[in-house]
Write a protein that binds this ligand. Structure first.
Ligand SMILES: Nc1ncnc2c1ncn2[C@@H]1O[C@H](COP(=O)(O)OP(=O)(O)O)[C@@H](O)[C@H]1O
Ligand SMILES: [Mg+2]
Length: 502
């Protein structure tokens, strides 16, 4: 007989203004199971957990613990149903002691007075169940303890309340290896006692080390639930990136690109780094070449581009342009050096809806000239008309407000804005996102044309096939590190997925 699940979530819906964070999501946790919740950044993992723990009310769907419907209204309320969390930022009370945190809200009292000795004993007992009683002083103030110890305290609290479900959202991101190992052995012990554990992490090694089941989310939707033993790593990565099973099997090497070798290097990036953003990275950008950046969302792709363009200052390393070390500490400086960057970030390169096409196009040129030198109106008209024609921007006139254009045509306006400054390096972050297929093909065509004219391009896209189709070299990123550089015939979707899954 198959045991009834410990926890079931069915058809869960949750929206925030402008975002449907969860769409009809199912999740099932069994007793004695370690269940990994996987997905790229923004897939909805934390939201699902916050719905489960009562941080957010659900907009729709059902949740049940051992068959009984539950509506947790806060994390403390969720504890009453046996659901305990160790949040990314541990949600305990820093100025209280370890013992107080373990017993908080359920302190032993006699005639209304808290019996501290009892509280400390209980805390010690809970830690002893984790075999941690020697290492942790229950009278220490929590804020004086390391993150690892704080997590152990949260887990001890879960034991003290006899939690049936324990949730760990990115618990190892600030732990060292020994601390992570300790956490995993504790997880194994809790599993043996029949606890169900939901484990959120982006470290694939850890998933395969400890998990029994894997649920994958993408863009707020359930991709599927798998047995960890039956889901090869390559397939897991492919699922997280939105590839279907048949597609993964079909992925073949693409036809070799005709790259002229011996291209001149225009920009060399050496040990470029920014704390919390990217680890030291090396790469070259060559004339007449598209360099692709591939990796899961959150792997450091956009961060690399932002440091290169001076949106975020690097705190180590250098950028050499034509052999000379240069500091790129602001987008204005980047533009003076001949860099252009198309992003989704409205501050630097988004459209300004209430300005005309013309005004949007000359924006970067004007910024480069500075506020004192105005572009003569006739020249501005000519530039705008030139790009409207060259990029086939569908509009009755250059004076049309940009907000009246389709998404694809708006994107062309932004590209025109950058082309107007004749950049030697053009950074394209998701250039085809949210754009119709026709315009998408035109933009890809334009990328190839600019490359052939000698421009250096850096291409970031969540569509792996787009990176593969258009790049002469590809850097593969994982966890904010460059883990591989592929060139020419080695570039294929299969190879990239394998590299990430390694
Ligand atoms: N409090 C919030 N307000 C608005 N949007 C949010 C909020 N929390 C999450 N989101 C959005 O919901 C989506 C899912 O986010 P999240 O659950 O944090 O993903 P994950 O944990 O998988 O990285 C994202 O688009 C995110 O921007
Ligand atoms: Mg999250």
């Amino acid at each position: 007989m198959r045991q009834e699940p410990l926890l079931t979530m069915r058809g869960i819906e949750k929206s925030f203004p402008g975002v449907r964070a969860l769409k009809d999501v199912d999740f099932t946790l069994r007793s004695g199971q370690i269940h990994a919740l996987m997905g790229e950044n923004g897939a909805g993992k934390s939201t699902l957990i916050k719905v489960l723990t009562g941080v957010y009310p659900r907009d729709g769907g059902d949740m049940a613990m051992e068959g009984t419907r539950i509506f947790p209204s806060s994390p403390r309320d969720a504890e009453k149903f046996g659901i305990s969390t160790v949040y990314q930022e541990v949600n305990l009370i820093p100025h209280l002691t370890v013992a107080e945190n373990i017993c908080l809200g359920r302190e032993d009292r006699a005639a209304g007075i808290i019996r501290w000795k009892k509280v400390r004993e209980r805390a010690r007992k809970a830690l002893a169940r984790l075999e941690l009683d020697d290492g942790i002083d229950v009278e220490a103030q929590l804020s004086d303890c390391s993150i690892a110890v704080q997590q152990m305290v949260a887990i001890a609290r879960a034991l003290d309340i006899d939690a049936k479900v324990l949730i760990l959202d990115e618990p190892t991101s600030s732990l060292d290896e020994a601390e992570s190992d300790e956490l995993f052995s504790i997880m194994a012990r809790l599993k043996k006692r029949g606890m169900g554990i939901i484990f959120v992490t982006h470290f694939l090694d850890q998933v395969y080390r400890v998990s029994d089941a894997i649920t994958v989310l993408r863009n707020g939707q359930l991709v599927g639930e798998y047995s960890a033993a039956e889901l090869p790593r390559l397939e897991l990565v492919a699922r997280m990136m939105g590839k279907r099973a048949e597609e993964v099997k079909r992925l073949e090497k693409r036809a070799a690109v005709t790259t002229k070798s011996g291209r001149k290097t225009v920009i060399s990036v050496r040990r470029l780094a920014r704390k919390g953003s990217i680890n030291p990275i090396d790469f070259d950008l060559n004339e007449g070449e598209v360099l692709g950046l591939a990796g899961l969302l959150g792997s450091g792709r956009s961060e690399t581009a932002e440091v290169l363009f001076g949106v975020d200052a690097a705190d180590a390393g250098e950028i050499e342009i034509d052999g000379r070390a240069t500091k790129v500490d602001s987008p204005a400086k980047a533009m003076r050096l001949g860099f252009g960057m198309l992003t989704e970030d409205r501050k630097y390169s988004g459209i300004i809806p209430n300005l005309s096409i013309k005004e949007n196009i000359i924006l970067a040129m004007q910024a480069k000239l500075g506020p004192l030198k105005k572009i003569p109106p006739r020249q501005a008209n000519e530039i705008a008309d030139g790009f409207i024609k060259a990029l086939d921007i569908r509009t009755p006139s250059r004076e049309q407000l940009v907000k009246n254009l389709s998404g694809g045509n708006q994107q062309k306006v932004i590209i025109a804005r950058w082309l107007a400054i004749h950049p030697r390096l053009l950074i394209l972050d998701e250039p085809t996102r949210g754009i119709d297929v026709g315009t998408r093909a035109e933009i890809e065509e334009l990328i190839r044309k600019l490359r052939d004219e000698g421009m250096s391009l850096l291409l970031i896209s969540s569509e792996l096939d787009e990176v593969v189709r258009n790049s002469q070299r590809v850097l593969v990123l994982r966890d904010r590190n460059k883990i591989a550089e592929l060139a020419g015939e080695d570039i294929s979707e299969q190879r990239i997925l394998h590299t990430i899954a390694q």
